[in-house]
Design a protein around this ligand. Sequence first.
Ligand SMILES: C[S@@+](CC[C@H](N)C(=O)[O-])C[C@H]1O[C@@H](n2cnc3c(N)ncnc32)[C@H](O)[C@@H]1O
Length: 187
Amino acid sequence: MKTRESGMPPEEQWSGFFDPATVLAQLGLGAEHRCVVDLGCGYGTFAIPAAQRCRGAVHALDIDSEMVARTQDQAAALGLSHLKAEQRDFLEQGSGLPTGAADYVMLFNLLHAERPELLLAEARRLLAPGGTLAVMHWNYDAATPRGPSMSIRLRPEQCQALVREAGFRVGPVLSLPPYHYGFTAVR
Ligand SMILES: C[S@@+](CC[C@H](N)C(=O)[O-])C[C@H]1O[C@@H](n2cnc3c(N)ncnc32)[C@H](O)[C@@H]1O
Protein backbone atom coordinates (compact mmCIF):
# COMPACT_ATOMS: atom_id res chain seq x y z
CA MET A 1 0.00 0.00 0.00
CA LYS A 2 1.28 3.43 -0.94
CA THR A 3 2.16 5.51 2.11
CA ARG A 4 -0.02 8.57 2.65
CA GLU A 5 0.70 11.73 0.64
CA SER A 6 3.47 10.03 -1.33
CA GLY A 7 2.22 10.91 -4.82
CA MET A 8 4.57 12.79 -7.11
CA PRO A 9 4.19 15.96 -9.22
CA PRO A 10 5.67 16.04 -12.76
CA GLU A 11 9.36 15.17 -12.78
CA GLU A 12 10.57 18.62 -13.95
CA GLN A 13 8.85 20.19 -10.98
CA TRP A 14 10.09 17.60 -8.46
CA SER A 15 13.71 17.74 -9.59
CA GLY A 16 13.67 21.54 -9.22
CA PHE A 17 13.25 21.17 -5.45
CA PHE A 18 16.71 19.69 -4.84
CA ASP A 19 20.37 19.77 -5.59
CA PRO A 20 20.79 15.98 -5.32
CA ALA A 21 24.59 15.80 -5.69
CA THR A 22 25.05 18.33 -2.88
CA VAL A 23 22.47 16.56 -0.68
CA LEU A 24 24.24 13.22 -1.09
CA ALA A 25 27.63 14.79 -0.36
CA GLN A 26 26.26 16.46 2.77
CA LEU A 27 24.70 13.17 3.87
CA GLY A 28 28.01 11.36 3.54
CA LEU A 29 27.48 9.09 0.54
CA GLY A 30 30.90 8.22 -0.80
CA ALA A 31 32.71 6.09 -3.35
CA GLU A 32 33.44 3.57 -0.59
CA HIS A 33 29.82 2.52 -0.16
CA ARG A 34 29.31 -1.00 -1.48
CA CYS A 35 25.54 -1.44 -1.30
CA VAL A 36 23.08 1.46 -1.33
CA VAL A 37 19.30 1.06 -1.00
CA ASP A 38 16.84 3.83 -1.87
CA LEU A 39 13.45 3.02 -0.28
CA GLY A 40 10.77 4.77 -2.37
CA CYS A 41 13.06 6.00 -5.14
CA GLY A 42 10.48 8.04 -7.07
CA TYR A 43 11.91 9.26 -10.38
CA GLY A 44 15.42 8.22 -9.32
CA THR A 45 16.18 11.81 -8.30
CA PHE A 46 18.70 10.52 -5.74
CA ALA A 47 19.33 6.92 -6.85
CA ILE A 48 20.83 8.08 -10.16
CA PRO A 49 23.35 10.53 -8.65
CA ALA A 50 24.06 7.93 -5.94
CA ALA A 51 25.04 5.43 -8.64
CA GLN A 52 27.20 8.11 -10.26
CA ARG A 53 28.91 8.72 -6.94
CA CYS A 54 29.64 5.18 -5.79
CA ARG A 55 30.77 2.03 -7.53
CA GLY A 56 28.79 -0.48 -5.43
CA ALA A 57 25.31 -1.83 -6.09
CA VAL A 58 22.43 0.63 -5.88
CA HIS A 59 18.95 -0.84 -5.29
CA ALA A 60 16.12 1.56 -6.07
CA LEU A 61 12.70 0.33 -4.91
CA ASP A 62 9.27 1.82 -5.50
CA ILE A 63 5.69 0.59 -5.50
CA ASP A 64 4.87 2.66 -8.61
CA SER A 65 5.78 0.99 -11.90
CA GLU A 66 6.15 4.36 -13.70
CA MET A 67 8.73 5.50 -11.15
CA VAL A 68 10.63 2.25 -11.46
CA ALA A 69 10.63 2.43 -15.27
CA ARG A 70 11.83 6.04 -15.25
CA THR A 71 14.66 5.22 -12.85
CA GLN A 72 15.72 2.14 -14.82
CA ASP A 73 15.59 4.01 -18.17
CA GLN A 74 17.80 6.80 -16.86
CA ALA A 75 20.27 4.28 -15.43
CA ALA A 76 20.43 2.46 -18.77
CA ALA A 77 20.90 5.71 -20.71
CA LEU A 78 23.78 6.68 -18.42
CA GLY A 79 25.40 3.23 -18.45
CA LEU A 80 24.84 2.76 -14.71
CA SER A 81 24.55 -1.04 -14.82
CA HIS A 82 25.15 -1.30 -11.05
CA LEU A 83 21.77 0.40 -10.42
CA LYS A 84 18.80 -1.97 -10.27
CA ALA A 85 15.31 -0.50 -10.00
CA GLU A 86 12.58 -2.84 -8.82
CA GLN A 87 8.85 -2.53 -8.30
CA ARG A 88 8.14 -3.48 -4.74
CA ASP A 89 5.74 -2.63 -1.93
CA PHE A 90 8.19 -2.53 0.92
CA LEU A 91 5.37 -2.32 3.48
CA GLU A 92 3.67 -5.51 2.27
CA GLN A 93 6.71 -7.39 0.99
CA GLY A 94 9.76 -5.80 2.58
CA SER A 95 12.67 -4.88 0.35
CA GLY A 96 13.51 -8.48 -0.56
CA LEU A 97 17.19 -7.83 0.08
CA PRO A 98 19.21 -9.88 2.59
CA THR A 99 19.63 -8.82 6.21
CA GLY A 100 22.78 -6.76 6.71
CA ALA A 101 23.39 -6.43 2.96
CA ALA A 102 23.49 -2.61 2.83
CA ASP A 103 25.91 -0.03 4.11
CA TYR A 104 23.85 3.04 3.10
CA VAL A 105 20.04 3.32 3.09
CA MET A 106 18.12 6.39 1.95
CA LEU A 107 14.70 7.34 3.35
CA PHE A 108 13.93 10.60 1.59
CA ASN A 109 10.61 12.43 1.83
CA LEU A 110 8.85 9.41 3.29
CA LEU A 111 8.88 9.52 7.07
CA HIS A 112 5.45 11.17 7.21
CA ALA A 113 4.09 7.66 6.48
CA GLU A 114 1.29 6.29 8.67
CA ARG A 115 3.72 3.78 10.22
CA PRO A 116 7.23 5.24 9.91
CA GLU A 117 8.50 2.63 12.36
CA LEU A 118 7.90 -0.07 9.72
CA LEU A 119 10.12 1.75 7.21
CA LEU A 120 12.78 2.29 9.85
CA ALA A 121 12.67 -1.35 10.94
CA GLU A 122 13.26 -2.44 7.35
CA ALA A 123 16.11 0.07 6.99
CA ARG A 124 17.67 -1.26 10.20
CA ARG A 125 17.32 -4.87 9.05
CA LEU A 126 19.00 -4.04 5.76
CA LEU A 127 21.97 -2.23 7.24
CA ALA A 128 25.07 -3.98 8.50
CA PRO A 129 26.27 -2.78 11.92
CA GLY A 130 28.00 0.57 11.42
CA GLY A 131 25.98 1.25 8.25
CA THR A 132 24.41 4.64 7.55
CA LEU A 133 20.78 5.61 7.34
CA ALA A 134 20.30 8.93 5.51
CA VAL A 135 17.05 10.81 6.15
CA MET A 136 15.79 13.87 4.33
CA HIS A 137 12.48 15.62 4.81
CA TRP A 138 10.60 18.78 3.90
CA ASN A 139 11.18 21.75 6.18
CA TYR A 140 8.50 22.33 8.78
CA ASP A 141 7.30 25.39 6.94
CA ALA A 142 3.93 25.85 5.25
CA ALA A 143 5.57 28.10 2.64
CA THR A 144 7.43 25.24 0.89
CA PRO A 145 6.06 24.76 -2.64
CA ARG A 146 5.24 21.08 -1.95
CA GLY A 147 5.46 18.59 0.90
CA PRO A 148 3.10 16.76 3.24
CA SER A 149 0.22 18.59 4.89
CA MET A 150 1.42 20.48 7.94
CA SER A 151 -0.81 18.27 10.14
CA ILE A 152 1.39 15.25 9.37
CA ARG A 153 4.68 16.98 8.54
CA LEU A 154 7.48 16.08 10.93
CA ARG A 155 9.71 18.59 12.65
CA PRO A 156 13.42 17.67 12.54
CA GLU A 157 13.44 16.67 16.20
CA GLN A 158 10.41 14.40 15.64
CA CYS A 159 12.22 12.67 12.77
CA GLN A 160 15.31 12.27 14.92
CA ALA A 161 13.26 10.81 17.79
CA LEU A 162 11.66 8.23 15.49
CA VAL A 163 15.04 7.18 14.15
CA ARG A 164 16.55 7.01 17.64
CA GLU A 165 13.62 4.89 18.85
CA ALA A 166 14.25 2.53 15.93
CA GLY A 167 17.70 1.79 17.33
CA PHE A 168 20.01 4.19 15.52
CA ARG A 169 22.65 6.61 16.76
CA VAL A 170 21.43 9.91 15.35
CA GLY A 171 23.60 12.74 14.03
CA PRO A 172 22.90 16.48 13.95
CA VAL A 173 20.29 18.08 11.71
CA LEU A 174 21.67 19.64 8.53
CA SER A 175 20.04 22.29 6.42
CA LEU A 176 19.58 21.11 2.81
CA PRO A 177 18.43 24.25 1.03
CA PRO A 178 16.17 25.44 -0.30
CA TYR A 179 13.35 23.34 1.21
CA HIS A 180 14.73 20.40 3.15
CA TYR A 181 16.60 19.21 6.19
CA GLY A 182 18.35 15.92 6.78
CA PHE A 183 20.63 13.92 8.99
CA THR A 184 22.47 10.64 9.07
CA ALA A 185 22.17 7.92 11.68
CA VAL A 186 24.41 4.95 12.39
CA ARG A 187 23.04 1.41 12.75
C1 LIG B 1 7.33 11.59 -2.02
S1 LIG B 1 8.02 10.36 -3.05
C2 LIG B 1 9.77 10.52 -2.72
C3 LIG B 1 10.63 9.91 -3.80
C4 LIG B 1 12.13 9.96 -3.53
N1 LIG B 1 12.46 9.34 -2.26
C5 LIG B 1 12.62 11.38 -3.57
O1 LIG B 1 12.79 11.97 -2.50
O2 LIG B 1 12.83 11.91 -4.68
C6 LIG B 1 7.63 8.86 -2.24
C7 LIG B 1 7.81 7.62 -3.11
O3 LIG B 1 7.57 6.45 -2.29
C8 LIG B 1 6.84 5.51 -3.04
N2 LIG B 1 6.10 4.63 -2.13
C9 LIG B 1 5.07 4.96 -1.33
N3 LIG B 1 4.65 3.89 -0.64
C10 LIG B 1 5.45 2.85 -1.00
C11 LIG B 1 5.49 1.47 -0.64
N4 LIG B 1 4.62 0.94 0.22
N5 LIG B 1 6.43 0.68 -1.21
C12 LIG B 1 7.32 1.20 -2.11
N6 LIG B 1 7.31 2.51 -2.49
C13 LIG B 1 6.38 3.33 -1.95
C14 LIG B 1 5.92 6.37 -3.93
O4 LIG B 1 5.47 5.66 -5.06
C15 LIG B 1 6.84 7.57 -4.27
O5 LIG B 1 7.52 7.37 -5.48
